[in-house]
Design a protein around this ligand. Structure first.
Ligand code: NAD
Length: 256
Protein backbone atom coordinates (compact mmCIF):
# COMPACT_ATOMS: atom_id res chain seq x y z
CA UNK A 1 0.00 0.00 0.00
CA UNK A 2 1.54 3.24 -1.21
CA UNK A 3 0.85 6.09 1.24
CA UNK A 4 1.87 9.17 -0.72
CA UNK A 5 -1.20 11.21 -1.61
CA UNK A 6 -3.49 9.31 0.76
CA UNK A 7 -5.10 10.05 4.11
CA UNK A 8 -4.83 8.02 7.31
CA UNK A 9 -6.67 7.95 10.62
CA UNK A 10 -4.78 7.40 13.86
CA UNK A 11 -6.70 7.05 17.12
CA UNK A 12 -4.83 7.88 20.30
CA UNK A 13 -2.76 9.95 17.89
CA UNK A 14 -1.92 12.65 20.42
CA UNK A 15 0.48 10.52 22.45
CA UNK A 16 2.80 7.53 22.63
CA UNK A 17 2.40 4.75 20.06
CA UNK A 18 -0.36 6.60 18.17
CA UNK A 19 1.74 9.76 17.86
CA UNK A 20 4.81 7.80 16.69
CA UNK A 21 2.64 5.94 14.15
CA UNK A 22 1.23 9.21 12.83
CA UNK A 23 4.75 10.61 12.41
CA UNK A 24 5.85 7.48 10.55
CA UNK A 25 2.81 7.52 8.25
CA UNK A 26 3.23 11.25 7.57
CA UNK A 27 6.88 10.60 6.65
CA UNK A 28 5.59 8.24 3.96
CA UNK A 29 3.30 10.92 2.57
CA UNK A 30 -0.05 10.24 4.32
CA UNK A 31 -2.12 13.17 5.57
CA UNK A 32 -3.08 12.10 9.08
CA UNK A 33 -6.30 12.74 10.96
CA UNK A 34 -5.58 12.31 14.65
CA UNK A 35 -8.45 11.22 16.87
CA UNK A 36 -7.93 11.76 20.57
CA UNK A 37 -9.45 13.33 23.69
CA UNK A 38 -6.27 15.32 24.42
CA UNK A 39 -6.90 18.47 22.43
CA UNK A 40 -3.68 20.29 23.29
CA UNK A 41 -1.26 17.53 22.26
CA UNK A 42 -3.45 16.45 19.34
CA UNK A 43 -3.69 19.94 17.81
CA UNK A 44 0.06 20.49 18.23
CA UNK A 45 1.07 17.25 16.49
CA UNK A 46 -1.54 17.62 13.73
CA UNK A 47 -0.25 21.06 12.82
CA UNK A 48 3.38 19.83 12.92
CA UNK A 49 2.47 17.00 10.50
CA UNK A 50 0.24 19.08 8.24
CA UNK A 51 -2.68 16.91 9.25
CA UNK A 52 -5.88 17.44 11.19
CA UNK A 53 -6.98 16.87 14.78
CA UNK A 54 -10.51 15.76 15.59
CA UNK A 55 -11.48 15.57 19.23
CA UNK A 56 -13.52 12.40 19.49
CA UNK A 57 -14.24 9.51 21.80
CA UNK A 58 -13.36 6.37 19.84
CA UNK A 59 -16.54 4.67 21.05
CA UNK A 60 -18.80 7.46 19.75
CA UNK A 61 -20.13 6.72 16.23
CA UNK A 62 -21.02 10.32 15.29
CA UNK A 63 -17.76 11.82 16.53
CA UNK A 64 -15.62 9.23 14.73
CA UNK A 65 -17.64 9.66 11.53
CA UNK A 66 -16.66 13.36 11.56
CA UNK A 67 -12.99 12.28 11.52
CA UNK A 68 -13.55 9.77 8.71
CA UNK A 69 -15.34 12.39 6.61
CA UNK A 70 -12.51 14.87 7.25
CA UNK A 71 -9.93 12.29 6.10
CA UNK A 72 -11.93 11.49 2.95
CA UNK A 73 -12.11 15.18 2.13
CA UNK A 74 -8.31 15.49 2.25
CA UNK A 75 -7.45 12.42 0.16
CA UNK A 76 -8.53 8.79 -0.37
CA UNK A 77 -8.47 7.02 3.01
CA UNK A 78 -6.04 4.09 2.85
CA UNK A 79 -4.82 3.49 6.42
CA UNK A 80 -6.20 3.44 9.95
CA UNK A 81 -4.37 2.76 13.20
CA UNK A 82 -6.39 2.05 16.34
CA UNK A 83 -4.06 2.98 19.18
CA UNK A 84 -6.38 4.73 21.66
CA UNK A 85 -6.59 2.75 24.87
CA UNK A 86 -6.90 2.87 28.63
CA UNK A 87 -5.99 0.44 31.37
CA UNK A 88 -7.77 0.86 34.67
CA UNK A 89 -6.39 -1.80 37.00
CA UNK A 90 -8.43 -3.57 39.67
CA UNK A 91 -8.51 -7.08 41.12
CA UNK A 92 -11.57 -9.22 40.41
CA UNK A 93 -12.10 -9.36 44.19
CA UNK A 94 -10.01 -6.94 46.26
CA UNK A 95 -8.24 -7.65 49.56
CA UNK A 96 -11.34 -6.48 51.48
CA UNK A 97 -13.54 -8.95 49.60
CA UNK A 98 -15.23 -6.39 47.32
CA UNK A 99 -15.86 -7.45 43.72
CA UNK A 100 -14.59 -5.15 40.96
CA UNK A 101 -17.34 -2.62 40.16
CA UNK A 102 -18.87 -3.67 36.84
CA UNK A 103 -18.75 -0.06 35.56
CA UNK A 104 -14.95 -0.18 35.73
CA UNK A 105 -14.87 -3.32 33.60
CA UNK A 106 -17.41 -1.87 31.16
CA UNK A 107 -15.47 1.39 30.72
CA UNK A 108 -12.28 -0.40 29.63
CA UNK A 109 -14.22 -2.69 27.27
CA UNK A 110 -16.03 0.33 25.86
CA UNK A 111 -12.92 2.34 25.04
CA UNK A 112 -10.51 -0.45 24.06
CA UNK A 113 -12.75 -3.02 22.36
CA UNK A 114 -15.92 -1.22 21.27
CA UNK A 115 -13.87 1.89 20.41
CA UNK A 116 -11.51 -0.15 18.24
CA UNK A 117 -14.34 -1.90 16.41
CA UNK A 118 -16.23 1.38 15.98
CA UNK A 119 -13.24 3.07 14.34
CA UNK A 120 -12.37 -0.04 12.33
CA UNK A 121 -15.87 -0.36 10.83
CA UNK A 122 -16.22 3.36 10.03
CA UNK A 123 -12.71 3.64 8.58
CA UNK A 124 -13.24 0.48 6.49
CA UNK A 125 -16.51 1.88 5.11
CA UNK A 126 -14.61 5.06 4.20
CA UNK A 127 -11.86 3.03 2.49
CA UNK A 128 -14.47 1.04 0.57
CA UNK A 129 -15.55 4.26 -1.14
CA UNK A 130 -12.16 4.60 -2.88
CA UNK A 131 -11.13 2.94 -6.12
CA UNK A 132 -8.78 -0.05 -5.84
CA UNK A 133 -5.13 1.01 -6.00
CA UNK A 134 -3.64 -2.11 -7.60
CA UNK A 135 -4.37 -5.23 -9.63
CA UNK A 136 -5.17 -7.13 -6.40
CA UNK A 137 -8.05 -4.75 -5.67
CA UNK A 138 -6.47 -3.25 -2.50
CA UNK A 139 -8.31 -0.34 -0.94
CA UNK A 140 -6.70 0.05 2.48
CA UNK A 141 -5.15 -1.44 5.59
CA UNK A 142 -6.04 -1.27 9.27
CA UNK A 143 -3.79 -1.91 12.28
CA UNK A 144 -5.16 -2.41 15.79
CA UNK A 145 -3.02 -2.11 18.90
CA UNK A 146 -3.76 -4.86 21.44
CA UNK A 147 -1.28 -5.90 24.16
CA UNK A 148 0.65 -8.92 25.39
CA UNK A 149 -1.80 -8.68 28.31
CA UNK A 150 -4.25 -10.44 25.98
CA UNK A 151 -2.07 -13.57 26.40
CA UNK A 152 -0.38 -13.11 29.77
CA UNK A 153 -2.54 -10.69 31.71
CA UNK A 154 -1.22 -9.70 35.11
CA UNK A 155 -3.02 -9.47 38.43
CA UNK A 156 -5.58 -6.65 38.25
CA UNK A 157 -5.78 -6.68 34.44
CA UNK A 158 -9.00 -8.66 33.87
CA UNK A 159 -10.78 -5.83 32.04
CA UNK A 160 -7.70 -4.76 30.07
CA UNK A 161 -6.80 -8.35 29.08
CA UNK A 162 -10.39 -9.08 28.05
CA UNK A 163 -10.55 -5.92 25.93
CA UNK A 164 -7.25 -6.69 24.18
CA UNK A 165 -8.15 -10.37 23.76
CA UNK A 166 -11.34 -9.18 22.08
CA UNK A 167 -9.33 -7.12 19.62
CA UNK A 168 -7.20 -10.15 18.75
CA UNK A 169 -10.37 -12.22 18.38
CA UNK A 170 -11.89 -9.86 15.86
CA UNK A 171 -8.71 -9.50 13.78
CA UNK A 172 -9.11 -12.53 11.50
CA UNK A 173 -12.89 -12.17 11.42
CA UNK A 174 -12.81 -8.56 10.24
CA UNK A 175 -9.99 -9.37 7.79
CA UNK A 176 -12.30 -12.03 6.35
CA UNK A 177 -15.30 -9.67 6.28
CA UNK A 178 -13.29 -6.90 4.63
CA UNK A 179 -11.63 -9.11 2.01
CA UNK A 180 -14.70 -8.24 -0.08
CA UNK A 181 -13.62 -4.58 0.03
CA UNK A 182 -9.88 -5.18 -0.40
CA UNK A 183 -9.09 -3.97 3.12
CA UNK A 184 -6.50 -5.83 5.25
CA UNK A 185 -6.62 -6.00 9.06
CA UNK A 186 -3.72 -6.82 11.38
CA UNK A 187 -3.12 -6.40 15.11
CA UNK A 188 0.06 -5.67 17.02
CA UNK A 189 0.45 -6.82 20.62
CA UNK A 190 3.08 -4.61 22.24
CA UNK A 191 5.04 -5.58 25.33
CA UNK A 192 6.37 -2.78 27.53
CA UNK A 193 6.73 0.37 25.49
CA UNK A 194 8.16 3.63 26.81
CA UNK A 195 5.25 6.06 26.50
CA UNK A 196 3.53 8.59 28.79
CA UNK A 197 1.27 5.73 29.93
CA UNK A 198 3.87 5.09 32.71
CA UNK A 199 3.97 8.75 33.78
CA UNK A 200 7.04 11.00 33.71
CA UNK A 201 9.78 12.04 36.13
CA UNK A 202 12.34 10.33 38.33
CA UNK A 203 9.95 7.84 39.93
CA UNK A 204 8.55 6.80 36.56
CA UNK A 205 12.08 6.37 35.18
CA UNK A 206 13.05 4.11 38.09
CA UNK A 207 9.87 2.06 37.60
CA UNK A 208 10.53 1.71 33.86
CA UNK A 209 14.14 0.63 34.47
CA UNK A 210 12.86 -2.11 36.79
CA UNK A 211 10.30 -3.23 34.22
CA UNK A 212 12.92 -3.22 31.47
CA UNK A 213 15.22 -5.57 33.37
CA UNK A 214 12.64 -8.38 32.92
CA UNK A 215 12.58 -8.11 29.15
CA UNK A 216 14.26 -11.14 27.54
CA UNK A 217 16.40 -9.08 25.12
CA UNK A 218 17.11 -6.24 24.84
CA UNK A 219 16.79 -5.52 28.59
CA UNK A 220 14.82 -2.33 28.22
CA UNK A 221 11.41 -0.98 27.30
CA UNK A 222 10.62 -0.72 23.62
CA UNK A 223 10.37 2.68 21.97
CA UNK A 224 7.23 4.05 20.35
CA UNK A 225 9.24 4.29 17.10
CA UNK A 226 9.97 0.54 17.20
CA UNK A 227 6.23 -0.05 17.45
CA UNK A 228 5.47 2.46 14.70
CA UNK A 229 7.92 0.66 12.41
CA UNK A 230 5.78 -2.50 12.68
CA UNK A 231 2.62 -0.45 12.13
CA UNK A 232 4.07 0.85 8.86
CA UNK A 233 5.14 -2.68 7.83
CA UNK A 234 1.61 -4.03 8.44
CA UNK A 235 0.15 -1.24 6.33
CA UNK A 236 2.64 -1.20 3.46
CA UNK A 237 3.27 -4.96 3.11
CA UNK A 238 0.41 -6.08 0.88
CA UNK A 239 0.70 -9.73 1.92
CA UNK A 240 0.24 -9.08 5.66
CA UNK A 241 -3.33 -9.90 6.67
CA UNK A 242 -5.43 -11.33 9.49
CA UNK A 243 -2.50 -11.71 11.90
CA UNK A 244 -1.54 -10.64 15.43
CA UNK A 245 2.16 -9.90 15.98
CA UNK A 246 3.84 -9.55 19.38
CA UNK A 247 6.45 -6.77 19.48
CA UNK A 248 7.80 -7.29 22.96
CA UNK A 249 11.52 -8.14 23.12
CA UNK A 250 10.48 -11.72 23.95
CA UNK A 251 8.95 -10.90 27.34
CA UNK A 252 6.36 -13.18 28.93
CA UNK A 253 4.63 -11.26 31.68
CA UNK A 254 4.69 -12.78 35.16
CA UNK A 255 1.56 -12.72 37.36
CA UNK A 256 2.59 -9.38 38.90
N1 NAD B 1 2.89 1.56 26.46
C1 NAD B 1 2.79 0.26 26.63
O1 NAD B 1 3.62 -0.37 27.32
C2 NAD B 1 1.68 -0.53 25.98
C3 NAD B 1 1.74 -1.93 26.04
C4 NAD B 1 0.75 -2.68 25.45
C5 NAD B 1 -0.29 -2.05 24.79
N2 NAD B 1 -0.34 -0.70 24.74
C6 NAD B 1 -1.48 -0.10 24.05
O2 NAD B 1 -1.01 0.82 23.08
C7 NAD B 1 -1.99 1.83 22.88
C8 NAD B 1 -1.31 3.19 22.99
O3 NAD B 1 -0.83 3.32 24.30
P1 NAD B 1 0.32 4.35 24.70
O4 NAD B 1 1.27 3.62 25.55
O5 NAD B 1 0.78 5.07 23.51
O6 NAD B 1 -0.52 5.28 25.70
P2 NAD B 1 -0.77 6.86 25.75
O7 NAD B 1 -1.50 7.07 27.02
O8 NAD B 1 0.53 7.57 25.51
O9 NAD B 1 -1.74 7.12 24.52
C9 NAD B 1 -3.08 6.73 24.50
C10 NAD B 1 -3.91 7.85 23.91
O10 NAD B 1 -5.26 7.41 23.78
C11 NAD B 1 -6.12 8.51 24.07
N3 NAD B 1 -7.44 8.04 24.47
C12 NAD B 1 -7.79 7.39 25.62
N4 NAD B 1 -9.11 7.16 25.64
C13 NAD B 1 -9.62 7.66 24.47
C14 NAD B 1 -10.93 7.71 23.92
N5 NAD B 1 -11.99 7.20 24.56
N6 NAD B 1 -11.07 8.30 22.72
C15 NAD B 1 -10.02 8.84 22.07
N7 NAD B 1 -8.76 8.82 22.55
C16 NAD B 1 -8.57 8.23 23.73
C17 NAD B 1 -5.39 9.24 25.20
O11 NAD B 1 -5.84 10.58 25.33
C18 NAD B 1 -3.93 9.13 24.77
O12 NAD B 1 -3.51 10.25 24.02
C19 NAD B 1 -3.09 1.58 23.92
O13 NAD B 1 -4.15 0.91 23.31
C20 NAD B 1 -2.41 0.69 24.95
O14 NAD B 1 -3.32 -0.14 25.62
C21 NAD B 1 0.61 0.08 25.32
Amino acid sequence: MELAGTSAIVTGGASGIGAASARALAKRGARCVLIDLNEELGEALASELGGLFVKADVADPEQVQVAVDAALEMAPLRAAVNAAGIGTPGRTVDRDGNPLPLEKFEKVIRVNLIGTFNCLRLAAAGMAKGDPVDADGSRGAIVNIASVAAFDGQIGQAAYSASKGGIIGLTLTTARDLSAQGVRVNTIAPGLIDTPIYGTGEQADAFKAKLGANVLFPHRLGTADELASMVVECITNDYMNGETIRVDGGIRMPPR
